[in-house]
Design a protein around this ligand. Structure first.
Ligand code: HEM
Length: 223
């Protein structure tokens, strides 16, 4: 019996799933950055915002579930597409000319793995077990987001880890936003330069916004 090729089984279907889940994760990164930037409005604003999110209860868990699903699907599609291209050409090209594509693909792998490791570290830092939380207020440390952020980033090497991770995040968002546009067919020689500019600007805004927080703490502007 001939197997019908469903959209999900096809390379284009997998690329579409990767693009869609990437957009969901990008939406989270932008929303999370905007939320975190409230650190500049003071402790009441940031803690109040975190408290409001917690009162969403089941809705918050729903959003977390969607994010986790998006992350798993995103990773699965990457591994699957890679395995597919490796089996399609088990013997590598003698002369490999697609230097730019090759570089972008390698950059996506490397930055993707670094971001994954960063998220694990970040959750251990601020969420569970909450390494940055002072034992002085451990009984309600989860509500003191502002103080946790200041405590965490006061340690220079910890801020260094965050700053480095943001560079990889920026790289991933730049290449990712650009290739999403290609997958969705938004591509034309007359406006490709502007599209690349858009992807670059988006990545720079996210890197600068995120990096500003540990830097402001280290500089003593947020204390
Ligand atoms: C310097 C930039 C960042 C700061 C200051 C920051 C800060 C925080 C803080 C304080 C929390 C805990 C919030 C709470 O307890 O209510 C948190 C949670 C989290 N952060 Fe970040 N974050 C940053 C960047 C990122 C990035 C780049 C990612 C992903 C790529 C990320 C992913 C997460 C996730 C998944 C959670 C858990 C959210 C939840 O509880 O549902 N963060 N972040």
């Amino acid at each position: 019996m001939q197997k019908t090729l469903s959209l999900f089984d096809s390379t284009i279907g997998k690329k579409a799933v990767m693009a869609l889940t990437g957009l969901v994760l990008l939406g989270f990164v932008i929303g999370h950055m905007l939320g975190n930037l409230q650190v500049y409005l003071g402790a009441d604003a940031l803690d109040g915002y975190a408290h409001k999110l917690r009162t969403l209860g089941p809705l918050l868990w729903g959003v977390r579930g969607v994010l986790l699903l998006a992350l798993l699907l995103h990773g699965w599609m990457v591994v699957d597409l890679y395995a597919r291209s490796a089996t399609a050409r088990p013997i590598s090209y003698r002369v490999y000319n697609t230097v730019a594509t090759n570089y972008a693909a390698k950059a996506m792998w490397l930055s993707g793995v670094v971001i994954l490791l960063f998220v694990v570290y970040h959750l251990a830092h601020f969420t569970y077990p909450g390494l940055s939380m002072s034992s002085n207020y451990a009984h309600d440390a989860h509500g003191k987001v502002y103080q946790n952020v200041v405590n965490g980033f006061r340690v220079p090497w910890v801020s260094g880890v965050y700053l480095l991770a943001q560079v990889f995040l920026g790289m991933h968002i730049f290449h990712g936003a650009w290739s999403v546009l290609q997958t969705l067919g938004v591509s034309h020689p007359s406006y490709n330069i502007r599209l690349r500019g858009f992807a670059r600007t988006l990545a720079v805004i996210i890197v600068v916004g995120n990096c500003s927080i540990p830097m402001a703490v280290l500089a003593g502007l947020v204390k």
